[in-house]
Design a protein around this ligand. Structure first.
Ligand SMILES: O=c1[nH]c(=O)c2[nH]c(=O)[nH]c2[nH]1
Length: 318
């Protein structure tokens, strides 16, 4: 053994967690010729009494990440996937209650939605306008998110979505802003407002004694409220629209205490057609350049009065 330099002070192990990230599981159930599909990406992070594996290399407390992956598959088969949240609750409870050294489990689920493909009713496989029953197309680019954390006593459930792209072709202004010597932006009373919504919302369901929300119903209603607020707000800024989206959710959904949005402002600039002798008037057919970058990035949390913010400020943080 060579003499390793000894640190002047003892070294401490800080926060640690481990698990299997991004287990892709697709569950297909058959109801006669009509099939149903659930498509999930599941990430499990476990923590607890894990000093020894880091310090001495003893794996006695380490349930392999391979087992975590297998558990995801086995639970999908055995218990089904009622909703992303329910599935995550089930898994988190299992890891914390079945392994003594595991004190906390965080389970993240991304869910990809599929829609049925209708058919024209002419092909050999056709089963009328209702479709084949087994043909699907990925629904938009939107991904549903659920994150469940359990420490053996209390639950934290944060749901959300990402990649929900929305656009208002009028009903949006931006003017009256602060100016300095670098400001060149022209004020507008009629612009395109478009964004790709990333949102998270935290439930006030924290213990088993409380009745669990209907997760799917809650997701559908929350999504509907945020879309309606986007559509119905006459927007003076994306910040104001964001606040309306959050306030509408808090106002209508009693099971949710906190909402956070990250909204990229997907700028649509009118193209200068003067060089071609054309005017580009919004009253008539207008032509825009959809700029992909740089983009304004508007982020905020909207809270029920008296509640603590707990959703991380940066939604891209792991
Ligand atoms: O809705 C907006 N908010 C801003 O803060 C901003 N800044 C900017 O240049 N355009 C916009 N639009």
């Amino acid at each position: 053994m060579t003499d390793l330099p000894r640190p002047a002070r003892p070294v401490l192990l800080g926060q640690n967690q481990y698990g299997k990230a991004e287990t892709r599981v697709v569950r297909i159930t058959r109801d006669g010729a009509t099939h149903h599909i659930k498509d999930l990406n599941v990430s499990v992070a476990l923590s607890g009494d894990m000093d020894e594996v880091h310090r001495s290399g003893s794996n006695a407390h380490v349930l392999p990440t391979d087992t975590a992956k297998n558990t995801v598959y086995a639970f999908a088969k055995e218990y089904g996937v009622e909703s992303a949240e329910q599935f995550a609750v089930h898994l988190a409870r299992h890891f914390v209650t079945s392994q003594e050294p595991i004190h906390r489990a965080r389970v993240r689920v991304e869910e990809y939605a599929w829609e049925r493909i209708g058919t024209s009713g002419t092909g050999p496989q056709a089963a009328g306008a209702a479709g084949t029953g087994h043909s699907f197309v990925r629904k938009g680019q939107e991904t549903r998110l659920a994150q469940v954390t359990y420490d053996g006593a209390s639950w934290e459930v944060v749901s959300g979505l990402t990649g929900l792209t929305v656009l208002n072709s009028t009903g949006s202004e931006f003017r009256g802003y602060a100016r300095d010597r670098y400001t060149t932006l022209e004020e507008t009373r009629d612009r395109v407002l478009a964004t790709s919504v990333s949102g998270r919302w935290r439930f006030n369901w924290t213990d088993d004694a409380q009745e669990m929300p209907d997760w799917d119903e809650s997701y559908e209603q929350t999504r509907k409220h945020l879309l309606q607020a986007f559509a119905e707000t006459y927007s003076l800024s994306l910040q104001q629209t964001l606040y309306q989206m959050g306030a509408r959710i808090i106002g209508h959904r009693g099971e949710i205490d906190e909402v956070r949005f990250s909204l990229p402002n997907k700028h649509h600039f009118l193209v200068d057609l003067e060089p071609f002798g054309l005017s580009n008037d919004t009253a008539d057919a207008a032509v825009y350049v959809a700029a992909d970058r740089p983009y304004g990035l508007i982020e905020a949390t909207v809270l029920r009065d008296g509640c603590e913010p707990r959703i991380p400020v940066d939604l891209t943080d792991p």
